[in-house]
Each structure stands twice: as C-alpha cells, then as structure tokens.
Write a protein that binds this ligand. Sequence first.
Ligand SMILES: [Zn+2]
Length: 408
Amino acid sequence: MRINRKRLEESMTALGRVGETPKGGLNRLALTDDDRRGRDLLVRWLRETGLTVTVDQMGNIFGLRGGREPLPPVLMGSHADSVPTGGKYDGQLGVLCALEALRSLDDHKVVTRHPVGIAIFTNEEGARFQPAMIGSGVMAGKIPLEDAYNARDRDGVRLGDELERIGYLGPEPCVPRPIRAYLELHIEQGPILEEEGLPIGVVEGIVAISWSRVIFHGVQDHAGPTPMRIRHDAMVAAAEVVRGVREIPRRLGGDMVSTVGRLDVTPNITNAIPGRVSLAVDLRDPEDAKLDRALAMLDRVVQDAAKGEGVRQEIEHYWRVPRTPFHPEVVGAIDAAAKSLGCGHRRILSGAGHDAQYMAAICPTGMIFVPSRAGRSHCEEEFTPMDPIEHGANTLFLAARDLAGRAG
Ligand SMILES: [Zn+2]
C-alpha cells in the first residue's frame, strides 16, 4: 500500500504557483491575498476528496475522513504560510503529504476505526504576526484567543481583521479537543539527513530553547576628544559577550547551539561612544539541565564583560521552552512505518519550533523529517528531492493508518 507520487508532485506544483517568487521560491505570508488563494485551493481539494471541512476561530482548517467508530481522529498536518522569499517545502510539503495520505486511504479503500484528518495551521512562521505558531498555540490553550486576534503586523493591521477579510474567521471553537494522535511531516532545515544519505528522520522531540536579553549601560561620549583611558564603552562589553556566547557550546560540547542575533546600539552613529547596547541571546540544547549550565555561564560572561569595561549590566532570561518529547507510541509508529518501507532512517531532534510542539501539549504527537539540501530553509534555494519526499509521504500514510486502527 503506497501513496501516489505523481499526484503528490502535481499538487506540489499547483500550490507552489500561489505566491511564487521570480526565483522559484515562495512568498505567501499569513492571511494575505495569496494565503487566501492557497487556502481556497486546499479547501477545494479537501472537498473533492470527500472530507468534512471545518474552519475554526483562528482560521485553522480541518478536513476529516470518517472512521468506523465515533472516536477521536488521527490528524496529520502542518502550515501553509511562508516567510518572505521563502521556499516551497517548509510547511506546504507537510500539508500536501497529509492530503496525499488521505487520498491514498481512498485509493486503497482503507476503513479505519478512528477518523483520519488533516490540520492546516494559521501563521506558523510568525513572519507577519508574532508570536509564531499562533494557530496551534491558541488551539493548545497556550495563547489566549483575544491576544491572537490583537496581534498586529508591521503596518498595524490586526490579525483578527485579516482573518475576517480573507473569509477564514471560522465558527468552530479553537480549543483543545480529544485527538488520537497528531503527525507532522516537515523538512529537516538542518544538514544531518543529507550528510548521512538518509531519507527519513524519526523525530523524538524538540530541543529546549531559551532567550535572554542583555543590556550594557556605558558612558556615551564624543568619539574624538575622549581619551581611551577614561572610556566606558557599552559596545566593547557587548563584543565580549558575542564572543563569549560563541564559546559556550564549545565548552559544554554536544549539540548545543548559541546565537546573538540582535544588537540595538544607542545612539548608533559613527562619532559617538555607544552609551547603551542591548543584545538578544538564543541558546538551544537537547537537555534542559545543560541549558541551565549554559545560562549560568552566560551570566558570568556578562558580569566579566561589564567589569572589564566598567559598565553597568542587566540580564533577563525572559523566555524558555523546555524540551518537548514526542509520544513514544507515535514515534514508534513512525519508526515501524519507515522500517516496513525498508528505507534508511534515524532518530533525530528538531532544533526549530513547529506546530507539533503545541500539539504535543494536548495529544500524542510525532514528526517525520525529510532532508533539506545543504540544510537550508527559509530561503528560495530550499529544496528536497522527490525520492525522500515519497518515502516521507509513505511513512506518514502508513503511520497514520496504523494509529487509526484498520477495520477490515
Ligand atoms: Zn515550517
């Protein structure tokens, strides 16, 4: 029992035209006219497949295929929005493989005990409205609906108003509900599967993530007449921290990653010694305990940098998500499906957040990764060859079928 590769490829091409960039990438920001066109096409396909289509208060789209018994459904899904000048694989591939799996259940006349369905989540990327993963976040009860509606884009446009404008402010309550399992196929967005020549990553969970804000207050002064010996330069302290943050994973080892992705400099002009610099630090590790050690090291790096330059420091570890382990039964079903296909696979952790992270809070959840060429994503060069995509779609199809229980 296999999916139909040609049909999957055709739907990838058709949806990929909606919001396509001149260089062959994708620019389909959440709740724009292109997002609406993409949603309309998907809804048409879901209806043609005979699914019962519903839209919830967050614009999340669901399509359900009935089971033999009135039990909680197995859901497969991902998101259909992209970043600006993104690629045609991030999110969209998971949605289309889920649709292909549902179409294949019909091809093979499979009757399942549990219903099986698709979930297409709103604004996963967080490129237009923050926070990211807002549709699944509200559904998991982690983000209040009103906060989500009041999120505004760069031009001050409200998310709630845009949902209404594009016709996807649905009537279904966006709340946690009984779900047998949630499965998400996604591109890896890292280099491991390609480097090891494996088509399938059986994702065991998502790494722990922590965000910190560091601020140095120095003495703002003229870049000319102020001798070096009396300077207290906030930028010099910040530079020490950039270097120190890079050192933390090297000292702790393993798979930790660290990034200073943002610097805000005051006054940020050529001829003034910076009086104030703030830095944003992103730290990620598979183990929560190791992340704690990294944060203690970061505190020390910041203290030493402040002392060395004679500036005042503030540090705040303001956002933390613990490691999200996926459900052993779902991970096991994905593993078994990959094994039965005889294709190469390995256990892997996700370094990026996904809708599956929120879904894991309300139901048994697992993910399937397929390789990203050169590990690249969120760019027009994003690419995954059709062979691993076919393996991934088959793994998704078989795992969902097995979790839904075959009824003859
Ligand atoms: Zn994604």
